[in-house]
Write a protein that binds this ligand. Structure first.
Ligand code: FRU
Length: 496
């Protein structure tokens, strides 16, 4: 039975999405149907298509009592909205249906697991959010909340673990047909830990062990865990709050971390070997992955961040878009991310220039646009000294520009959206160390109206950011201080 709260949300979204013109949305990135979006949820392949749910507050473009929005796609680039899947309509989730995941049960039904939030009056008079894990079962459109909810509550948290920070279950099916999930939690030391639970049937869940403790290394509370095998290793993705910078890493407050290691399924022991940031841009948080039918591990993140969401005003009709879906792999012990190969099918109008000398600012015929896929290979001019700086500027006109600049002497790549027309000067710059020898750098820049995603050295690093610059600013230019040479291949990306 659909509750009144959900029926109202469905009616509201259907009526109000019409206020947004397709041209005012990204072309091939999923954006919120109406109102506010944060984390990707329930990313899954179900009955022949990908389902992506998301944290959703339809009634304003700021956060509010969370619903689950819902969209489907066959290629992760062309999206259709389905009616909102969950609304905060039960006592145990009346203050929000927070993040979670999805899988297909043996009998073919789609199972969602999410965090139910209920505010509880404390002795000091304040309110705190009690968080529990809950289930809903459905057919890919309508979901019924499980009568036995919540299935995990404070009784299932190990000693010292907080019942106020206990959220974001990510489930998977194990090879033996049973189920497991990881949940983020705050232990007594105030930092994060990831709890592992198992279930014989997807409904009855038991605490297994603490999979890993943060011990105050990466920020505090760890949100939105995801845990999966990849290229012979196991990978844990987490999104820590309250991060502090380490050199050029983790400058965003809310960060994303990838831990690579090995996992002994007999003893449920994760042995961590490597850590790295997932994204080096400004807007990326709470990623979630799915295993595609062909075995690829695909990740999507919320292309925004709690620390910089002020880039959208409350008056906007929509706030929130997802990152490009990215294919993950491990090379030399590190996580690589590449835009999904389906994106190649959107390419139109190839323009190629080879060995273009760049000194000062130049523009090239046929190179402009806001829905663009551009591959650049930069190097010093032959016989010349190493250049001081190379930059590519886009979303550019007399007033605006967003830039990506590289200083080979420091091996630092900087993104800067100060002049992107945002309503106030929030976090607009980010520098990161990249791997480059002798001034050679490979960049793939993907623009989709209101965002730029940059993939460095064939996916070794990714930098994501949003920019809400006027769409008429579609210039692209190149700049070098010194003498650089570049090869460039550019396509327009057509989503229709
Ligand atoms: C991460 C997060 C999750 C939570 C959700 C609430 O961005 O804080 O931990 O489930 O957002 O919308």
């Amino acid at each position: 039975m659909t509750s009144q709260t959900l029926r109202e949300a469905r009616k509201y979204e259907e009526a109000s999405e019409k206020m947004i013109q397709p041209k005012d949305r990204p072309g091939f990135h999923l954006s919120v149907r109406i109102g506010w979006m944060n984390d990707p949820n329930g990313f899954s392949w179900y009955e022949g298509r990908y389902h992506l749910f998301y944290q959703y507050h339809p009634y304003s473009s700021t956060t509010g009592p969370m619903h689950w929005g819902h969209a489907v796609s066959e290629d992760l680039l062309h999206w259709s909205y389905l009616p909102a899947a969950l609304a905060p309509d039960e006592a145990y989730d009346r203050d929000g249906c927070f993040s979670g995941s999805a899988l297909t049960l043996e009998d073919g039904r789609h199972l969602l697991m999410y965090t139910g939030v209920m505010k509880e009056r404390q002795r000091d008079g304040g309110l705190r959010e009690v968080q529990t894990q809950c289930l809903a079962v459905g057919d890919g459109i309508d979901y019924e909340k499980y009568a036995g909810n919540p299935v995990l509550d404070e009784m299932d948290v190990p000693e010292g673990g907080s019942r106020f920070d206990f959220r974001d279950p990510k489930m998977w099916k194990k090879e033996d047909g049973t189920y497991a999930c990881v949940v983020g939690n705050r232990p007594a030391d105030g930092s994060g830990q990831i709890l592992l639970y198992t279930s014989p049937d997807g409904f009855c869940w038991h605490f297994k062990r603490v999979l890993i403790s943060n011990e105050n290394r990466f920020g505090k509370m760890w949100e939105c865990p995801d845990f999966f095998p990849l290229d012979g290793k196991w990978v844990l993705l987490v999104s820590p709050q309250d991060m502090l910078p380490q050199g050029f890493e983790y400058h965003n407050g809310n960060g994303t971390v990838c831990l690579i290691g090995s996992y002994d399924e007999e003893t449920d022991t994760f042995m961590e070997e490597q850590d790295q940031a997932i994204d080096h841009g400004i807007d990326f948080y709470a990623p979630q992955t799915v295993e595609a039918p062909d075995g690829r591990r695909i990740m999507i993140g919320w292309m925004q961040n709690w620390d910089a969401c002020g880039i959208r005003t409350p008056e906007e009709l929509w706030s929130g878009q997802m990152s490009l879906p990215r294919e993950l792999s491990i090379r030399n012990g590190r996580l690589y991310q590449r835009p999904i190969r389906e994106l190649d099918r959107l390419r139109r109008g190839k323009v190629v220039y080879e060995q273009v000398p760049v000194s000062g600012e130049i523009r090239l015929e046929g190179i402009k646009g806001r829905r663009v896929d551009m591959e650049l290979r930069i190097r010093p001019a032959q016989g010349a000294e190493l250049y001081q700086k190379f930059a590519v500027r886009f979303a550019q006109d007399e007033r605006y520009r967003t830039s990506l600049s590289f200083r080979p002497w420091e091996s630092v790549l900087k993104i800067d959206r100060k002049f992107s027309g945002s309503r106030r000067a929030i976090v607009h710059q980010r520098r990161s160390l990249v791997r480059s020898e002798g001034g050679v750098l490979e960049l793939r820049v993907i623009l989709d109206s209101f965002s730029a995603e940059i993939f460095v050295n064939d996916g070794e690093q990714a930098l994501s950011m949003t920019m809400y610059t006027d769409l008429t600013a579609e210039g692209i230019s190149f700049f070098a201080d010194g003498q650089a040479v570049m090869d460039i291949t550019k396509y327009d990306l057509a989503a229709d």
